[in-house]
Write a protein that binds this ligand. Structure first.
Ligand code: PHE
Length: 338
C-alpha cells in the first residue's frame, strides 16, 4: 500500500475524531477533500505513476476519499446533535417556577387621606374647588386682609418667584377666586399643595391643605363647630373631642385654633401630645368682613366661616407616622404599608 495514502488516512481520522466544533470540521473537509485539498492532490500524482500501478493507486485514493467523507459526515451529525442539546439546555424553561411579580402601585397615604376628607365634605354638601399653586400677592395676602407688613409675608416663610409671583402659602386664596366668579351662598372646599420656607420632622416646604369655606345669610360659629366635629369623627372613625382656643388670622374674626383629644393615647397623655391629651390640628374662624368687602359682598347680609386643615398632620396622626419626610422619600417599603 502507498505510504502517503496510509499516513493521510491516519492523520485525517485522528483530526476528525478530535474536532470539537462544526467550523473546525468544515475546515478539515476543505483541507482534505476541497479542490486544493490533500486527496485531490494525491489523485493528481496518479499521472506520474507507471501505468501498471495506476489502477490500484486510483482505487485506494477513491477508497480514502470515501472513508474521509463518511468520517466527516458521522462527526458532523455528532457535533450537530450536541449543539442542539446545548441549545435546548440553555433555553430550558421551567414552567413550574413561580413567575416574577409586578409591583403594583398604590395610592400615596397623603392622597388617600385627602380623598377620604374630600368625600366626607362632599357628604356634608361642600363642592370641590381648585386654584393655582403659583399665586399673586393680591390673592395670597392682600385680598385676605393680610397687610403689607404682616410677618406671614416675610421672605422667610414665603417662596417668591423671580417674576414677583409666589408659591401660595395656603389654600385660602381660593376663597377669593371662587367668590369673584360665583354668587353667594358658598359652601366649598379647596384641596391642594401649599409651600413654605420651612423644613424639619414636622414641616415640609411643600405640604397639602384642605380649605373649607361656607358663606350664607345665617351662619354661626356653632355651624363651624358642628361641621368640624362631624368631619373629625368620620375621618378618625371614633368620637373626637375638640377644644377651640382663641387665635388670630387676618382673614377671620373671631379666629380659633382647634385641638382634638389625642388620637394616639385617647387623651391619656403620651409623647405625641406632650402629655397634654390634646393635639393642635387646624385653624378656623368666621370670615372677616374685609375679605367679603374685597369681592364686593355686603357683610351685613352675608357671613360665614372658613377653616384650613393640614393633610400631612392628620395623616401622621391617623397612621402614627413620626417623621413628615417619610411621605416624600418614595420608599416603596414605607408606601406599601397603607
Ligand atoms: N390659611 C390658614 C393657614 O394656612 C388656615 C386657616 C384657613 C385659618 C381658614 C382660618 C381660616 O394657616
Amino acid at each position: 500500500m502507498n505510504p502517503s495514502i496510509e499516513t493521510l488516512r491516519e492523520e485525517a481520522s485522528k483530526k476528525i475524531a478530535a474536532a470539537s466544533a462544526l467550523e473546525e470540521l468544515e475546515q478539515l473537509r476543505i483541507d482534505y477533500l476541497g479542490k486544493k485539498g490533500s486527496v485531490p492532490a494525491l489523485m493528481q500524482s496518479l499521472k506520474d505513476l507507471p501505468n501498471e500501478e495506476k489502477p490500484l493507486f486510483g482505487k485506494s485514493v477513491n477508497e480514502l476519499k470515501g472513508e474521509i467523507s463518511s468520517l466527516l459526515s458521522d462527526k458532523k451529525d455528532e457535533l450537530s446533535a450536541s449543539v442542539l442539546n446545548e441549545k435546548l439546555q440553555d433555553e430550558k424553561l421551567d414552567i413550574t417556577l413561580p413567575g416574577s411579580r409586578y409591583l403594583l402601585g398604590k395610592k400615596h397615604p397623603i392622597n388617600k387621606v385627602m380623598d377620604e376628607a374630600i368625600e366626607i365634605f362632599k357628604g356634608l354638601g361642600f363642592s370641590l374647588e381648585e386654584g393655582p399653586e403659583i399665586e399673586s400677592e393680591y390673592y395670597n395676602f392682600e385680598a385676605l386682609n393680610i397687610p403689607d407688613n404682616h410677618p406671614a409675608r416675610d421672605m422667610q416663610d414665603t417662596l417668591y418667584l423671580p417674576t414677583g409671583s409666589l408659591l401660595r402659602t395656603h389654600t385660602s386664596p381660593v376663597q377669593i377666586r371662587v367668590m369673584e366668579k360665583q354668587k353667594p351662598p358658598f359652601s366649598f372646599i379647596a384641596a391642594g399643595k401649599v409651600y413654605r420656607h420651612d423644613a424639619d420632622v414636622t414641616h415640609s416646604p411643600m405640604f397639602h391643605q384642605i380649605e373649607g369655606f361656607l358663606v350664607d345669610q345665617k351662619t354661626t360659629f356653632a355651624d363651624l363647630k358642628g361641621i368640624l366635629e362631624t368631619f373629625l369623627n368620620q375621618l378618625f372613625h371614633k368620637k373626637i373631642s375638640t377644644r377651640f382656643r382663641p387665635s388670630f388670622f387676618p382673614f377671620t374674626e373671631p379666629s380659633a385654633e382647634v385641638d382634638i383629644s389625642c388620637v394616639m393615647c385617647d387623651a391619656k397623655g403620651c409623647r405625641v401630645c406632650q402629655n397634654t391629651g390634646w393635639l393642635e390640628i387646624l385653624g378656623c374662624g368666621m370670615v372677616h368682613p374685609e375679605v367679603l368687602k374685597s369681592v364686593n359682598l355686603d357683610s351685613e347680609e352675608w357671613q360665614g366661616f372658613a377653616f384650613g386643615v393640614g393633610i400631612e398632620r392628620i395623616t401622621m396622626l391617623k397612621y402614627g407616622i413620626a417623621d413628615i419626610r417619610l411621605f416624600f422619600e418614595n420608599d416603596a417599603r414605607f408606601l406599601n404599608q397603607f
